[in-house]
Ligand binder design. Structure first.
Ligand code: C2E
Ligand code: CA
Ligand code: CA
Length: 571
């Protein structure tokens, strides 16, 4: 028991006060100090001031029951004092209700004894101590002493209510360090912890006492500010916060640079609900980072709408993969005189119930960023194999099938095995498959790329460089790779008869390719003039709407014999 116990007694009877004080003195010793209040209204303030160690509250005061006083006292939450309720036997006190309203204990005045008071007081004070500790733990981050996620949510909810009620702006700043993981990994967790403590000190010193600064976990922090009148003020605080991180953090001899990026969401402008505001601030933070870090961004609903559309499309793409709704179209590739169909390029299509046929230009990037390109790529190769087998059964002439390979697929460790396994399972000869990869795919994975291409080459699979001319365009590096074919990008063919530069590029690719013994195909040939140019320059293969558009397999099956027939007749 502490040396001096300061007790507040609230009750009408002087006799009872004297009696209680005497018993308590016997129970707790001479360190006891008792203040007596015998009036309902006078009791209000001391209960809220939370100054005493313990309160004895008579259930009857000035002819009313004191549940209201008890409620007020416990509404002080972590600061609330333990209250022991005293009742007469004929008060018919609802003991459970009293405990529910926050009393630590209730005692019958008729049964008071020294031993009972000793026990009750000790329990009440001790339990309050534990409660307070728990409350601290559940509301504050032990490392930084800042509000934790729980208290942050309470404060944010409270702030939102105030903001909506008072028509005032609330700004939620959500921030993290741009390089915390690196610092933690390279300098160790103790330094990481100290950095987080320093960070919270800087945030505190840049904000007002009435603002809430919280640590939400890891290196994620939030500031709730309600005193800022307009966006200009909010921008100023955001700048202040960002620049407060320009100064390096010093630990002994070490200096650490740790910048921050901030996402800002406003209530009511950007939302009325804590989760929504936090989600919007998080999105804005993501955008701040995407815009180069060490800066801040306000939430932007347009960008959010796009992000949501992407998420929805990704979900639909997952479903379409499961349902195997993707299909292939095939665009024939020709010898320059048009007499031979050398093969077909497989181009993926997504027939969508609502959006109609979605172009690969619209969903391949999403498939790549979400990783879905891997299962999609496998389905594409399987479908290509199935068609090859179908055409064979129908007695069509053998066609080379060019399949596009995304850089993500090329970087997949299991690429070679997967392709080999699919071809084996579908009984398709590798010499019927050509893989189209872009120049940049080769540049990115450098040494590993050679090994992979060599393995594919050894399997008998042909390799074509797609969109040639748009990427790194170094013909010399091509020597290092076992490549069979260059595909001149449509962008150069489009204006090849009118744009001198494009003509020069196309000519150079054709001539250098020939010198290196590579097949050359021009894609996107739409006019006779373009075809003339290519023929004169010695290009051997063409693909484009001038000859044939991409078509479904059924259409190809009908088209191919007719086309070959017509060629025989013109010959
Ligand atoms: P790409 O590989 O360069 O494919 C050629 C694109 O040009 C195709 O568009 C084709 O329909 C179009 N095209 C062909 N000839 C002409 C022409 O004469 N004029 C015009 N204006 N266009 C022509 P598509 O099918 O929309 O494919 C677009 C891109 O999507 C492809 O460009 C490729 O990068 C990607 N893609 C398509 N299918 C697949 C696939 O199965 N896997 C992967 N990873 N990517 C694919
Ligand atoms: Ca292609
Ligand atoms: Ca292309």
């Amino acid at each position: 028991m502490t040396d001096r116990v300061h007790i507040l007694y609230i009750g009408n009877s002087h006799n009872e006060q004297q009696q209680l004080e005497e018993l308590l003195r016997q129970a707790l010793g001479d360190g006891l100090l008792m203040t007596w209040i015998n009036n309902f209204n006078e009791a209000l303030w001391p209960l809220e001031a939370c100054y005493y160690d313990l309160v004895f509250l008579d259930y009857r005061l000035d002819g009313r029951d004191t549940i209201e006083l008890l409620r007020r006292s416990s509404s002080m939450e972590e600061r609330a004092m333990p209250v022991i309720m005293l009742a007469d036997n004929d008060d018919h006190l609802d003991d459970l209700e009293v405990i529910r309203q926050g009393a630590a204990d209730y005692l019958s005045k008729q049964e008071l004894s020294v031993s009972m008071l000793k026990r009750s007081v000790r329990y009440a004070i001790e339990r309050k101590r534990i409660e307070q500790r728990l409350l601290t733990l559940s509301h504050f981050d032990p490392l930084t002493g800042l509000a934790n996620r729980n208290l942050f949510y309470l404060k944010l909810t409270d702030g939102i209510i105030q903001s909506l009620r008072g028509n005032k702006l609330l700004a939620l700043f959500f921030l993290d360090l741009d390089n915390f993981k690196e610092i933690n990994d390279t300098m160790g967790h103790p330094v990481g912890d100290r950095l987080l403590q320093e960070v919270s000190a800087r945030l505190k010193s840049s904000t007002r006492a009435s603002d809430t600064v919280a640590r939400l976990g890891g290196d994620e922090f939030a500031v709730i500010a309600t005193h800022l009148g307009n966006e200009t003020d909010i921008t100023l605080l955001a700048k202040k916060l960002v620049t407060s991180f320009n100064e390096p953090f010093t630990f002994g001899n070490e200096e650490i640079i740790a910048h921050t990026s901030i996402g800002i969401a406003l209530c009511p402008t950007h939302g009325h609900d804590p989760d929504e505001l936090l989600r919007h601030a998080d999105l804005a933070l993501y955008q701040a980072k995407a815009a180069g870090r060490n800066n801040f961004k306000f939430y932007d609903s347009e960008l959010d709408a796009r992000a949501q559309e992407y998420r929805a499309l990704e979900q639909e793409m997952r479903y379409a993969l499961q349902q195997q709704s993707f299909t292939l179209h095939f665009q024939p590739m020709f010898s320059i005189d048009g007499k031979n169909v050398i093969g077909v390029e497989a181009l993926v299509r997504w027939p969508h119930k609502v959006r109609g046929m979605i172009s690969p230009a619209d969903f391949i990037p999403l498939a790549e960023s979400s990783g879905l390109i891997l299962p999609l790529g496998e389905q594409i190769l399987e479908m290509a194999c199935d068609e090859i087998n179908r055409w064979k059964q129908l007695g069509l002439p053998e066609l080379l099938v060019a399949v596009n390979l995304s850089p993500i697929q090329f970087a997949d460790q299991n690429l070679i095995e997967k392709i080999a396994e699919t071809l084996r399972r579908k009984s398709v000869s590798p010499h019927l498959i050509e893989l189209e990869i872009t120049e940049n795919t080769l540049m990115d994975t450098s040494s590993d790329a050679i090994e992979r291409l060599t393995k594919l080459d050894a399997m008998g699979i042909k390799l074509a460089i797609d969109d040639f001319g748009t990427g790194y365009s170094s013909l010399s590096y091509l020597k290092k790779f076992p490549v069979h074919k260059l595909k001149i990008d449509r962008a150069f063919i489009m204006d090849v008869t009118t744009d001198k530069d494009d003509a020069t590029i196309a000519r150079t690719i054709i001539h250098l390719g020939q010198a290196m013994n590579l097949e050359i195909i021009a894609e996107g040939v739409e006019t006779e003039d373009q075809l003339d140019f290519l023929r004169k320059e010695g290009c051997e293969q063409v693909q484009g709407f001038l000859f044939a558009k991409p078509m479904p397999s059924d259409a190809l099956i009908e088209w191919l014999p007719k086309y070959l027939n017509s060629m025989m007749q013109t010959a």
